[in-house]
Design a protein around this ligand. Structure first.
Ligand SMILES: Cc1cc2nc3c(=O)[nH]c(=O)nc-3n(C[C@H](O)[C@H](O)[C@H](O)COP(=O)(O)OP(=O)(O)OC[C@H]3O[C@@H](n4cnc5c(N)ncnc54)[C@H](O)[C@@H]3O)c2cc1C
Length: 412
């Protein structure tokens, strides 16, 4: 039966979900206060990072964090004014890193990655999107034998999850795949089945255009509240109201504000990230590079290079501190000695993050006609197609392709 569905949020999660619901025969309206790909989905690193099955909260991570925090422009920073506010989230993050819980989260994340990888293949075919993909793989770089050895358990995990990779144990082997790197990198792991889009913003815009071409509507609206009714959901807008059979909430780092209007208290925080995009010719980047010990990556975007990463815990309201992007770029010139840093554009984005690294995918605890799909943290682009298929199954009251228990809104 065709349902009237309103999707809130026109980022990668909202637009991919809207397309899937439309494919299933529903009448879909997308609402966003800013427009298509206006926030985190616009400027990310563009990676479909399917090999990254390990949750962020790994056993022992809390021992490493204080070292990172010593450097105010290092890979992890907490704004002093925000430290108290984020303490409950950090406590949950620590709990997620305990060995038993970590293993459960790892399995859940791996199942979503598997589904998302297969779902992306289906999506690319259905939207004629292959020209927007770069299938060059990814190299994760290490600066010493000791750092490399310490990473081996993670590679073993990837092997157990059927992920293809090759370990490179000499500078020569690294240079064959990516010339021009600093000799400080002595070891690497190469994952061939890693995909990057040519530009994450253009990818969302392409999906949005296909959605419109197939009759979908996208409108500018700010949503203020959601209320369950006998026959669906009432959506309160700035100056009016709307009724829908079903609502899918994909409002990224702002989603918990709307969930709260239904009575759900979800510990969503934002991990703010920074980058600089350099124009074509900045460096002959052959694939996505991950500088493991430094918390940032280099990816090819529109023929140029995007250097970025870092995690800043500071909430949604503080202005950006672009010194962080400067620091990453400065470091990148040491790692890629020929990098031309002229003409860059800086960006800051709000990753929507839950403390156990998994998104929420499932019905609100207080309104069965509101489906949540948010909190994908560092992996929203990667997990978008799988999330969309899961939401489709929920809207159609079919059984989901993977267990949704670990993703439930009531798990906190
Ligand atoms: C530096 C950086 C690098 C990253 N690299 C990668 C990567 O390589 N691969 C990867 O998979 N992920 C990456 N990510 C994470 C990824 O960008 C996010 O997980 C993803 O974009 C989240 O998508 P979303 O649709 O949930 O949220 P968003 O893209 O933020 O979209 C949410 C939308 O909701 C709208 N909205 C919010 N509240 C309301 C309201 N009340 N009314 C109306 N509209 C509303 C907003 O305007 C916005 O458009 C990166 C993130 C950062 C910051």
């Amino acid at each position: 039966m065709t349902k009237q569905v309103v999707v809130i949020g026109a980022g990668i999660i909202g637009i991919t979900t809207a397309l899937e619901l439309q494919r299933r025969g529903h009448s879909v309206l997308v609402l966003d206060r800013e427009g298509v790909a206006a926030q985190a989905s616009a400027g990310n690193a563009g990676a479909f990072a399917f090999p990254e099955v390990e949750p962020l909260a790994t056993p022992g991570i809390m021992k490493k964090a204080p070292k990172w925090l010593l450097d105010p422009l290092g890979p992890l920073s907490i704004k002093p004014a925000y430290a108290l506010k984020i303490a409950p989230w950090m406590y949950r993050f620590w709990r997620a890193s305990r060995p038993g819980r970590y293993t459960e989260l790892l399995h859940a994340q791996a199942s979503l990655m598997d589904l998302s990888s297969a779902a992306l293949t289906r999506l690319i075919t259905s939207v004629d999107g292959e020209a927007m993909m770069q299938r060059d793989g990814q190299m994760q770089l290490y600066e010493s034998e000791a750092e490399f050895r310490a990473s081996l358990p993670t590679w073993e995990l990837r092997r157990q999850h059927g992920i293809d990779f090759e370990l490179l144990e000499s500078r020569e082997a690294i240079a064959e795949r990516q010339p021009g790197l600093s000799p400080r990198f002595t070891h690497a792991g190469f994952t061939p089945n890693w995909i990057n889009t040519v530009d994450p913003k253009k990818w969302v815009e392409h999906l949005a255009q296909v959605f419109r071409d197939r009759g979908g509507r996208i409108e500018h609206q700010e949503i203020r509240a959601l209320t369950p009714t006998d026959i669906g959901v009432r959506i309160t807008l700035a100056e009016s109201e709307l009724e829908a059979d079903k609502v899918v909430l994909c409002a990224g780092a702002w989603s918990h504000h709307l969930a709260r209007t239904l009575g759900d208290h979800i510990p969503l925080e934002t991990e703010r990230g920074y980058n600089t995009t350099l124009p074509e010719g900045a460096f002959d980047l052959r694939m996505h590079l991950t500088f493991s010990g430094h918390g940032f990556v280099a990816s090819r975007i529109n023929g140029g290079v995007r250097i970025g990463g870092a995690v800043e815990l500071g909430g949604l309201d503080l202005p950006p501190n672009f010194k962080r992007a400067d620091t990453l770029l400065q470091k990148a010139t040491q790692f890629l000695p020929g990098l031309n840093t002229e003409g860059g554009t800086q960006w800051m984005g709000f990753r929507p993050s839950l403390p156990d690294s998994l998104p929420v995918i499932g019905a609100s605890s207080h309104a069965r006609d509101v489906i949540y799909a948010f909190g994908h943290g560092h992996l929203g682009l990667t997990q978008s197609a799988g999330t969309a298929e899961l939401v489709g199954a929920l809207i159609d009251e079919q059984s989901a392709q993977i267990s949704l228990t670990p993703f439930s809104a009531s798990r906190f």
